[in-house]
Design a protein around this ligand. Structure first.
Ligand code: GLN
Length: 198
C-alpha cells in the first residue's frame, strides 16, 4: 500500500513531535498551514497547544468549516490535549470556537493549575501489546467529562476518560508524541489505512 499522508495542523503548538512520530510509524507527515493543504492528507492530527488561540487562528484562516466537512465525509482525525478540546461538541465551561465534531463533553484545565503537568502509566485498550503500560504526559490537560453513545473510552485516569474513539475520530487528553511510544499513533494510522482501503 502507498504510504498515507497525515497532516498536522501547524498554526500553533506541538507540531514537530507529531510529524516525527508519523514518519516513525511509516507514514508521510506534512505540516498544514493553509486549508487547501488539507486535501493532500488522508488523515489529520490537531496538536496540543492553547485551544483558545488555536480556535481563533482556525477561524481566521477558515479552517473550521473545511475540517468539519472533511470529517463529515469520513476523514480520520486525531486531537491531542488542546486538539481534543477543539474536537469536542461541548465544554463544561467557557465559550470559544470549536470544531465540535465528536460527541464528548470536555473540561479544560481539569487537573487544576497547581499540578500543571504530570506523567503516569496508563492501561490503554486496543493498542498493540495492550498489556504493556503506556507512559502518558499530561500538560495543563483537559479530561473527558462525559461521552455520547457512539463513543468508546480506551483509557481512564483517576476514573476519568482520557482517551476515546468514535468511528474515525480519536482524542487524547495527554501527549503521546512526547514519550517515544508510538502505539497510539499506530492506532490512528490504522484508522487511516482502514479508510483508505475502503
Ligand atoms: N490548557 C490548554 C487549553 O485549554 C491545553 C493544554 C495542552 O494542549 N497541552 O487549551
Amino acid at each position: 500500500m502507498k504510504k498515507p499522508t497525515l497532516g498536522v495542523l501547524a498554526l500553533q503548538g506541538a507540531v514537530r513531535e507529531h510529524l516525527q512520530m508519523v514518519e516513525r510509524c511509516g507514514a508521510r507527515g506534512i505540516p498544514v498551514k493553509y486549508p487547501p493543504e488539507l486535501h493532500l492528507c488522508q488523515g489529520l492530527i490537531i496538536p496540543g497547544g492553547e485551544s483558545t488561540t488555536m480556535g481563533r487562528l482556525m477561524t481566521t484562516y477558515g479552517f473550521l468549516e473545511e475540517i468539519r466537512s472533511l470529517v463529515a465525509e469520513g476523514m480520520p482525525i486525531y486531537g491531542t490535549c488542546a486538539g481534543m478540546i477543539m474536537m469536542a461538541r461541548r465544554l463544561v465551561e467557557g465559550d470559544q470556537p470549536l470544531l465540535g465534531v465528536m460527541d464528548i463533553t470536555v473540561r479544560r484545565n481539569a487537573y487544576g493549575r497547581q499540578v500543571d503537568s504530570f506523567e503516569t502509566d496508563l492501561v490503554v485498550r486496543e493498542i498493540e501489546e495492550a498489556e504493556k503500560p503506556f507512559r502518558a504526559v499530561f500538560i495543563r490537560a483537559p479530561w473527558i467529562e462525559s461521552v455520547g453513545p457512539g463513543v468508546k473510552v480506551l483509557a481512564e485516569f483517576d476514573g476519568r476518560a482520557v482517551l476515546a474513539v468514535q468511528g474515525h475520530m480519536l482524542v487524547s487528553a495527554f501527549h503521546p508524541e512526547l514519550t517515544g511510544d508510538d502505539r497510539i499513533h499506530r492506532y490512528f494510522l490504522r484508522l487511516v489505512e482502514e479508510r483508505v482501503a475502503g
